[in-house]
Design a protein around this ligand. Structure first.
Ligand SMILES: [Mn+2]
Length: 317
């Protein structure tokens, strides 16, 4: 099945001279790595095509490479490939409706972003894994830089092969990339995992202050003052949420952090076995079964979401 979709994707890439690649707002390493890797794969194999990887730049991910501005592109004649994003309003910088043809490659559960051609595989660790699979099923060339990016996306989204959806395929593809290009791992891990001491102190604050209900639900509201005090940004909490995995007392946990710029509460939810994305969806959020998020306008909604999560933990008792 995957093979035939891969073929169709490559056929469409061959067909279009102008290709725009987009991903979700607030990108993580998988989102950034997959869009830059795919852009560079297309450029390497079809040097005459105009290919753009778009979206707001993120300073801490500049080691993945630079993103492109699109000024005078006629979308109505162009192909759009959206990566790592299941929802329309979460696509960064472009409106999918304006494009002649759209392709989605994603590992989130299908959501309302419907494209002309879709490769959605919820059992994949990452979008980078899917891109690598497509390439390895084709005759397209890779190079070391691109292989490193795909590898980093797989490592980041699987949390170093720790999270569910880490399968033999994940290991096989990672091993194949490493074997084919023999890149050095330490510099890549330095990029992905080096942190300032302020961030580690902020993590300690979270562990010190998280509330744990008798039902096994852990929650913390991170205020703007705390974010300022630790000199981190509102996205830092999202990066730390996986670090609370394997705490015996926690079945489900959630962080709420207030993004003053966007005037929104960003909620990150994780679970060690209870399905949480259906609850997140009720609050206009979504994600994977055990890793979800939502963006809420009011603190009342945050409280309601937390109460729902506590309730599923209670049911699980
Ligand atoms: Mn991803």
């Amino acid at each position: 099945m995957l093979t035939s979709i891969s073929k169709q994707i490559i056929k469409k890439i061959k067909e279009y001279n102008t290709i725009v690649i987009a991903r979700h707002i607030g990108p993580d390493p998988d989102a950034i790595a997959s869009e830059i890797a795919l852009r560079d794969i297309i450029k390497l194999n079809y040097p005459n095509k105009s290919v753009y990887a778009v979206g707001a730049g993120v300073a801490k991910f500049k080691y993945f490479g630079t993103l492109d501005k699109i000024d005078d592109v006629d979308f109505s004649k162009s192909l759009l490939i959206v990566l790592d994003v299941p929802r329309f309003e979460r696509v960064d910088s472009v409106n999918p409706e304006l494009f002649k043809y759209t392709i989605k490659i994603d590992h989130h559960p299908c959501d309302e972003l419907v494209c002309d051609l879709e490769l959605v595989d919820e059992t994949s660790s990452s979008t980078c894994q899917l891109i690598a699979e497509i390439i390895y099923q084709s005759k397209l060339k890779l190079n070391r830089e691109i292989a490193e990016k795909l590898f980093m996306g797989i490592i980041a989204d699987s949390d170093r092969f720790l999270l569910s959806y880490t399968t033999p395929k994940t290991f096989n593809i990672a091993a194949r990339l490493l074997n084919d290009y023999k890149f050095e791992l330490t510099p890549l891990y330095n990029n992905l995992y080096e942190r300032g001491i302020n961030e580690r102190r902020f993590e300690s604050y979270i562990i010190e202050n998280i509330n744990i209900s008798e039902n096994g639900f852990g929650y913390i509201k991170i205020t703007d003052d705390i974010i300022k005090k630790y000199d981190v940004d509102s996205s830092t909490a999202s990066n730390l949420v996986n670090d609370l995995n394997f705490i015996k007392e926690l079945k489900v946990w959630a962080f709420s952090s207030y993004d003053a710029k966007a005037e929104l509460y960003k909620i990150n939810i994780r679970s060690r076995g209870i399905v949480i994305n259906e609850i997140a969806e009720k609050f206009n959020g979504g994600g994977h079964k055990f890793a979800s998020g939502a963006r809420l306008k009011t603190e009342e909604e945050v409280n309601e979401l937390f109460a729902s999560l506590d309730a599923v933990c209670k049911e699980d008792n």
